[in-house]
Structure formats: C-alpha cells, structure tokens
Design a protein around this ligand. Structure first.
Ligand code: ZN
Ligand code: ZN
Length: 525
C-alpha cells in the first residue's frame, strides 16, 4: 500500500553555527557605529539577541566553550574540563581532542591525531543526525582542531582544521581515509600564502580607530621580528616558519569563510531534502585578542573585517539556500579581560597572576614536609591538581596535602577564595561562583582546588587572557537569525547551556543527552 501524501514537518534547510573565539558580548556594540549594515547589524536587526547570556562554569576556555554550546552541558557531565587536562587516575595529560589511535589525513604532521572521543555526551549536531537517520550532513570547520571537532560531534561527516606545517585544511582518520577532492582542490589554491603575502594593513586610516589605544602602546605583545607592535604587520616575511601566523591575523577568519563557502558549494549543504548543519568557529579573533588585548587597533580592525566577512557569507547563503530558509546562531566560547597593567595604570584594581611560579613554590614546600617531589602535578586555569600516582606510591595522605595547599594559597596576593572542589557546596562564597565551580568539576578530569581570583587579575602581562567566572570572560553574545526565529531581544539572563536546547526545539529533535539548559522560548516563532 502506498503512503498518503501528507504535510511534511517543516525545518530549515541548513543550520549555521558561528562561534567567534574570544568574542565578548560588548563587541556587538563597542564597534557598532563602524559595522556595515549586513553583518552583525543584520543579525541584530532581523534576528533575536539574548543580551545577558552567561557561561555557567569555570574555567572559561575554548575546548569547554565549544563543547558546552553544542551539548547544552557542563564539564561535570560532558567531561571536557579544559583545552587539555589530566586524567587523575593515571596522571596523564590529554588534549581535549587528542586521540593517539587515529592518523592525520591531508598532511604528514601530527596535527590530525584528533577526534571527539574525549567528549562524553552527544551534541546537537549528533542529535540532528540521529533524528534524520543519518540523512542530514554535518560538517565542522575552524582553524583550531577543537573548534571544528567538538561542535561537529561524534557522528559528523567531517571536521576540518588548519595544519600550520603544510598550510592545508586537514582532518583525521576518525572521519575518513582521504580528503575529498574538493578539499584537495581548496588546498591547492594555497590561499594562506596568498593572504599572508598581502601583509596586514588596517582597513581604514589609523586615526579613525578611536575606540582603541594608540597603535604603539605598552600593553601589546609583538610578532617575532617586530620591534614595536604597529601596523603594517609584515606577514609576508613570516612565511618561512610555517603558516601558524594565520591564527593571529584576521586573514585566518577570511580563510575560514572561504573554506565554509567551498563546503556549502561542494557538499551541497542545505540544498537537499534533509536539514544540514555547518558548524563554524573563527579562531583568529582569539589569536589577535591574546596578543594585543581588547583596547588595540588590531582587535578593532579584526572585528571590522569579520563583520564584512559575515555580511558576505550571509549574501552567499541568501543566494545558495535562499533568505529565510536557513537558521544562523552566533555566539562565543568565552570573552576576555582588559589587560591588567592597563587597568592598574588607570587606577582600576587589578593584578598579574603568577600561577606557574606558585606551583614550584608549592612543590618545594610540600617536598620538605612529605619527602616526595612534584606532588602538585598541574596548576592551570587557577586549578590545582595533585599527583595521584606519586601520592599512592608513597602512601601519603592526600587530604592533608590538599589542606596544606589551601592554607598556602589563601595568603597569595590576588586570591579571593580558595575552594576545595569536592566540598564546593559547603564553601562560604556567592552562589553564582559556587555553581560555576560545581558545574566545572569532573572528579576524574579536574583538579582538586579551585582558586578564585579578585576581579581584574589575570595571568597575561601583555595582551590578554581568559578563564575566570567574571563577566568579562563569561558574558557572551547569543544571537539567532533566520528560519523559525523571531525578531527581538531579551535582557533576561540566559545561559550558554540554553543554546543547544533552543536549536533542538527549533529543529524538533531530541536535546543532547547531557543537556541541562532550557530552550529560550522568546527567540522561537
Ligand atoms: Zn577560545
Ligand atoms: Zn584564548
């Protein structure tokens, strides 16, 4: 018997996730007057913006942010507790997407020994695959491996990321044994070289960058070989050391858009019967931000260029998929702090945190008392990890070592709170911070102590960093546009974990299996 022709479930043809690495929420407005009409402004004008979206865990870093946006979950559940982290039982450090069982595809370097296997839950992209019996296509693209791999999930058709050694987009044997013809052709164009040979000059006259400090200022890092951190940046002279510099100039974002367009074109994304998903992450904003800090002309120019690239990409999608037939969301994995010295020079309380040096001091102290070296195995993102294998071997009292560390850290300048992560719920600290520690705490993959710094303190002397709970790192943009999305905004507090359940509701697919977020009803038609 033949099935009756019935009304089909309406869904967008394509979902495009745009992660802007290190984009603070206020960048939507800091440079607003200089954005042209069809990039960020189009999203704000036609779409729905959640103006108070927060990250609900510490530390606020890239691997976790990409995982949380796509899973609606937190490190306690999804298992990605950092860009790299220790497996406490073995004491071994792993990269969040490191996978020694797979080979690089597309280069002879080791940059492709990566997969999503360390992520313990499903992503919204996985759920779309499951919901359509694998007939949807999912592709992740970024310069950073983790920016491409974690959003694309376990069931992705492909994730592609950048290889500094060859200047190619590569993947791993987790996904395929050979790069598709179109990716080989894309690589053969040698776009990174073409971009870098242009040198980085500002889009407009230097004196028009009035949202930023002067080009030459004492708070910025330099490219190697540069005497002062000023324009033009001679990227043409930086090619002999490989193509890694692409990660620290806005060309890296333009190149990622080139790859995204090639993927839509060649994989016919959004041009078939089933909804496809393109997960993009723009890594160069993070590279530029770290090196120059948020008051730099470099960052301002990078966002003005990104705005133009976004506008051009939307125009491309309007042509290929049709305006209103695709859904876009734009968000970030974390924000960034003001440079601490810059704040101090202007009488704002701040400081430079010396976490790494403290680890040596702490270990020397512990060695005297316990007669064992390197009892602290890691001190990163203000988290202290103890060396479980050494503690076991020497039959030492872990609890007593932990308490010694806590006592020591409480007296260090810049420290607001020192929290025993196992007992975070009992700590006398504000609920907001407590919840973020608990959400970030995975007993198998986290440290045992979380240090909470005073506001304004961070570990970068030049440029900037991120990883703390404070609004500058944890307040991110969350803007939706296109099919199924209302026009408008909310200032109600929403959460990074709400993005995946919102997209799940839009697509009418199950939310990811570790999701603790809530759909944002105001955004949906
Ligand atoms: Zn990041
Ligand atoms: Zn970063």
């Amino acid at each position: 018997a033949q099935q009756q022709a019935a009304e089909k479930l309406p869904r967008p043809k394509l979902v495009v996730g745009i992660m802007v690495d290190q984009m603070r929420w206020d960048y939507l407005y800091r440079y607003y007057d200089r954005y042209q009409p069809n990039g960020f402004k189009r999203m704000l004008r036609e779409g729905f913006t959640c103006e108070n979206t927060f990250i609900d865990y510490v530390p606020t870093v890239t691997g976790i942010g990409h995982s949380t946006v796509y899973t609606g979950s937190v490190p306690a559940i999804h298992g990605i507790t950092g860009n790299d982290f220790l497996i406490n039982a073995t004491g071994l450090s792993i990269n969040c997407v490191g996978d020694s069982t797979v080979q690089t595809v597309g280069s002879s370097s080791n940059a492709g020994k990566m997969s999503p296997r360390n992520l313990l839950v499903t992503t919204i992209t996985d759920e779309l695959k499951l919901a359509t019996n694998f007939r949807s296509k999912v592709i992740g693209i970024a310069l950073k491996d983790r920016g491409a791999i974690l959003p694309a999930g376990h069931l992705a058709n492909a994730a592609y990321w950048f290889d500094d050694a060859s200047g190619n987009m590569i993947t791993s044997a987790y996904y395929m044994d050979e790069l598709p013809g179109w990716v080989q052709e894309f690589n053969a164009k040698k776009l990174p070289e073409k971009y870098l040979k242009q040198d980085w000059k500002t889009l407009y006259g230097l004196n028009t960058y009035t949202q930023s400090l002067p080009d030459d200022n004492p708070y910025e890092g330099k490219f190697s070989g540069q005497e002062t951190p000023v324009f033009p940046v001679k990227t043409s002279g930086m090619l002999e050391k490989g193509f890694g510099v692409l990660r620290r100039v806005p060309f890296g974002n333009s190149y990622t858009f080139d790859m995204a367009k090639a993927a839509v074109e060649n994989e016919k994304l959004g041009q078939g019967v089933f909804t496809d998903f393109l997960a993009l992450s723009f890594s160069a904003t993070d590279g530029v931000g770290h090196q120059f800090g948020i008051n730099s002309i470099e960052v301002e120019d990078t966002y003005l260029r990104l705005d133009k690239d976004i506008a051009s990409f939307f125009a491309f999608l309007d042509g290929k998929i049709g305006k209103g037939n695709y859904t876009v969301f734009l968000t970030a994995d974390h924000g960034a702090a003001h440079n601490s010295q810059f704040l101090m020079d202007r009488k704002v309380p701040a400081g430079i945190w010396k976490g790494g040096d403290l680890m040596n001091e702490l270990n020397a102290l512990l060695e005297k008392k316990y007669q064992a070296a390197k009892l602290v195995s890691r001190f990163s993102a203000s988290q202290v990890s103890l060396n479980d294998p050494v503690i076991r071997k020497n039959n030492l009292d872990k609890e007593s070592i932990k308490q010694d560390c806590i006592r020591f850290l409480k007296d260090v300048p810049g420290v607001a709170f020192v929290v025993d992560m196992e007992r975070a719920s009992e700590a006398s600290i504000p609920e907001e911070i407590k919840n973020r520690i608990i959400n970030g705490y995975n007993p198998y993959r986290s440290g045992v102590i979380q240090v909470i710094l005073e506001p304004g303190w961070q570990g970068y002397a030049l440029g900037t960093g991120h990883s703390v709970w404070n609004p500058y790192d944890a307040h991110i943009p969350a803007v939706f546009m296109g099919w199924g999305i209302k026009q408008g905004k909310t200032v109600r507090q929403t959460h990074m974990t709400d993005i995946a359940p919102t997209i799940a509701s839009l697509l009418r697919v199950q939310m990811p299996n570790g999701s603790i977020g809530k759909a944002i009803p105001e955004a949906l038609k």
